[in-house]
Design a protein around this ligand. Structure first.
Ligand code: SAH
Ligand code: SF4
Ligand code: F3S
Length: 451
């Protein structure tokens, strides 16, 4: 029996990082590591980092400064701590992390965490710090324990990474450098993991990938549409989602799957970044605004209740007022239910970082404000349009107040209602009675429709 130890994982960044954090915990469980809620109680702390925007690296070093104090206090009490930095900043900075923070024991990239046990053994022998930021030939997915079910037990909604990396090289983005080239897992291994998740209680699975709809793994016809169809055949799996997609890979079969698979939720996150063709070209997005609108039109024809979400960047190098206005125009045409928007942030090593005509910070602030005002009003309008509808709600847990339960609408909004806790885990018909900024209130229906 391994000696019981405690692990604390701090996760920043995207859902794929959250998935990776759970898998790192799986890999370390056989070594005796159980979860700790605070770094003060942990024999090992992993900081799983993100490099996508802003002062990502500075944020990592400032958090490491805090962890250093905790590690020193524990050492004084005779309790050593292994400190690991994982994720996209680890991949990008590598040895620089050890140079600036020599108290770090392990630096590992997103593709090597299946080798954590060796790295931990090496670090505990005090053989010096360990760096592993390779892109190994073997896939980490083939070397992970079948513990996904244990991790998601009791979790009704689960995330499952099916694809990683990116070959698109958008001008502004670090992901192709930190996550490496596109790689898809085989269908058989994804289906097996999904079945384990469902056996562990999952009712909804969200497939994850930096370019999830570029999935082209072995089996299931090699397309995401084929994979979704196979997953829809798993008994007990009542909801499917996938994120994040690229417009270029939104093929006809995938659009048709939105019409034919009732499990596929009528909500799609499809980043567009800009509504200006000039900017889309500068960003190397390889589609036009009209092509994006055409995809949205075909999706809505396939599934009329489909709601759209997206990502936007304001102030990419060269963006003029007219380009920005084209983005607002695209937003008015699509009417988004939800969206994320960011000021362009220069990422070292990316093509846009060195481009001339960087937009002034104050101008980026102004554009972001205007964009977010418009998106907020669309979100409010979308939520208001849900009032009076009967919607299926997957009840995920207790609500904020006694006697309340909470769940998710098909379009991802949290729904609060007064109903028995025994309904947790079920999908129930709910009449939406009020809309708030980020959530809905509903009434549980014994009948199947609003009165
Ligand atoms: N793979 C996805 C998203 C990856 S990153 C896609 O292709 O869309 C998530 C979002 O972060 C991006 O959609 C983009 O809007 C934003 N983003 C990425 N790099 C950025 C940068 N340098 N500055 C500002 N926002 C950025
Ligand atoms: Fe980044 Fe573009 Fe790849 Fe998305 S498609 S991860 S934005 S390079
Ligand atoms: Fe961040 Fe890496 Fe995800 S840069 S958004 S953690 S892929």
């Amino acid at each position: 029996m391994p000696t019981p130890k405690r692990l604390h994982v701090i996760t920043w960044g995207c859902q794929m990082n959250a998935y990776d954090s759970a898998r790192m915990a799986d890999v370390l469980a056989p070594l005796g590591y159980a979860p700790a809620t605070a770094p003060e109680d942990a024999d090992m702390v992993i900081l799983n980092t993100c490099h996508i925007r802003d002062r990502a690296t500075e944020k990592v070093f400032s958090e490491l400064g805090r962890l250093r104090v905790i590690k020193a206090a524990r050492a004084e009490a005779g309790r050593p701590t292994i400190l690991a930095v994982a994720g996209c900043v680890a991949q990008a900075e590598g040895a620089e992390i050890l140079a600036r923070a020599p108290y770090v024991d392990i630096v590992l990239g997103p593709q090597t965490y299946h080798r954590l046990p060796e790295m931990v053994a090496q670090a505990s022998r005090a053989a010096g710090a360990v760096i592993n930021t390779d892109f190994p030939a073997e896939s980490k997915f083939d070397h992970l324990p079948d513990a996904a079910a244990a991790q998601t037990a009791g979790g009704l909604t689960a995330f499952l990474t099916i694809q990683e990396g990116c070959n698109k090289f958008c001008s502004f983005c670090v992901v192709p450098y930190t996550r490496g080239a596109e790689a898809s897992r085989p269908a058989a291994s994804i289906l097996a993991e999904a079945r384990r998740m469902v056996a562990g209680g999952a009712r909804e699975i969200t497939l994850l990938g930096q370019n999830v709809n570029a999935w082209h793994g072995e089996g299931a016809g090699g397309t995401l549409a084929g994979l979704l169809t196979a997953l829809a055949g798993i008994p007990g799996l009542i909801r499917l989602r996938y994120t994040t997609s690229h417009p270029r890979d939104m093929d006809a079969a995938l659009i048709a799957a939105h019409a034919s698979l009732p499990q596929l939720m009528p909500y799609l996150h499809l980043p567009v970044q800009s509504g200006s063709d000039r900017m889309l070209a500068a960003m190397n997005r390889r589609h036009t605004a009209a092509e994006y609108l055409d995809i949205v039109g075909r999706l809505r024809a396939a599934r009329p209740d489909l709601a759209m979400s997206s990502d936007f960047i304001v102030g990419h190098p060269g963006e003029t007022e007219a380009d920005f206005e084209a983005t607002l125009q695209l937003i008015r045409e699509v009417r988004f239910a939800q969206a994320y928007s960011f000021k362009y942030s220069q990422r070292p090593g990316t093509p846009a970082a060195g481009a001339p005509f960087q937009v002034a910070e104050a101008e980026k602030d102004r554009r972001l404000q205007a964009l977010q005002d418009l998106l907020r009003s669309q979100q409010a309008a979308f939520n208001a349009s849900c009032v009076g509808l009967t919607v299926p709600v997957l009840v995920t847990g207790p609500g904020r107040h006694p006697g309340q339960i909470a769940g998710r609408a098909p379009w991802l909004q949290p729904v609060h209602l007064t109903a028995p806790a025994a309904l947790i885990g079920q999908e129930i018909p709910v009449c939406i009675v009020a809309a708030h900024t980020n959530s809905l209130s509903g009434e549980f229906l014994k009948e199947k429709a609003c009165a």
